[in-house]
Design a protein around this ligand. Sequence first.
Ligand code: HEC
Ligand code: HEC
Length: 298
Amino acid sequence: MKSMVIGGIILIVALMAGTYFVAGDSFSLGEDYINDLTMLAGLAIISISVATVLKYVNQMKNDKAQGELVEENWDGIGEYTNPIPSGWGLIFIGSIIYMLWYFFVGYPTNQFSQIGQWNEETLEFQAKFEEKNKNIDATGLRAMGESVFLVQCAPCHGVEADGSNGKAHDLTKRISKEQVAYIINNGANNMKTNYPAGMPAGMASGADVDTLATWIAGGMKGEKPAAFAACTSCHGENGEGMPFVAPNLKAYDDDLVTGILKDGKKANIGAMPSFEGRLSETQVKAVAEYIRSLNGGN
Ligand code: HEC
Ligand code: HEC
């Protein structure tokens, strides 16, 4: 019996040492209570298990079979009606409670997450960025807008913002004749966030399309064509646009730029992707300011 107890203690020490060897570097007393409790629970489980095993091995050696047999037997092998050993029952229930505690309160669902930390730091940085640029002036915005443009927009629109030989919209002009004609003939409903209803096709036809396209692409100077009467209910008397109805045709304003950055645009040149979530509010304003500056500030 004595040698078994000594053997049991050696086994407990060996198991604890093994546990410490495998998981010891995440264990430093007092620093992390979940690790501390986990180590304690490990000690408890190992000790109770070894003690229980010792008890029954000892019993198997010394006890004589006694008690009542259950009625059934399996090929002559019977079973006593003894109750479940309480030590075994305690370990069983204790392990389940410990497992639930560890899973929900401990690390598996509650753990430190690098992605979470990265997201938090990004949000913190963005908040700082927005705070720092709260009162940024037009010159600051324009400079910021230019640097955002060179990274995000120049690959399609060109470093000079001239549309890279027709690959994308030439932003040094408000809009080209071909683009106006295409929109009149086909209608458009790209910027659903800022202009939910869109523009129907065929608001002008025949020679009027060419007249309107020439006049609008030319900066809406000189006499207003009569056919523009079909456009004013949405675009305004002078093409200055209306919030939530239709964009300004004379100049790039924030509504048009935020609209296209949010929803993208598909028309005769090609498709412009949405930049939703990729630029902060200040960066969008900055880009809008920069694009305005390309059009001579209007
Ligand atoms: C993948 C290429 C691509 C990228 C990147 C891109 N654009 Fe565009 N963009 C286009 C195309 C193509 C059009 C023209 C769509 C048409 O009218 O057919 C366009 C059109 C525009 C227009 C004109 C909208 C109008 O209706 O008058 C603006 C403004 C604009 N882009 C701004 C930007 C800004 C700002 C960025 C960077 C944040 C950017 N674009 C990045 C391809 C791109
Ligand atoms: C029912 C309202 C409505 C009427 C009428 C209307 N438009 Fe529009 N127009 C819009 C809306 C909305 C858009 C933005 C479409 C989008 O989301 O892509 C737009 C876009 C445009 C654009 C493109 C602007 C850009 O930079 O993307 C041009 C050019 C234009 N309209 C010209 C005209 C002309 C010319 C007429 C008259 C013949 C006209 N529109 C009549 C609502 C209207």
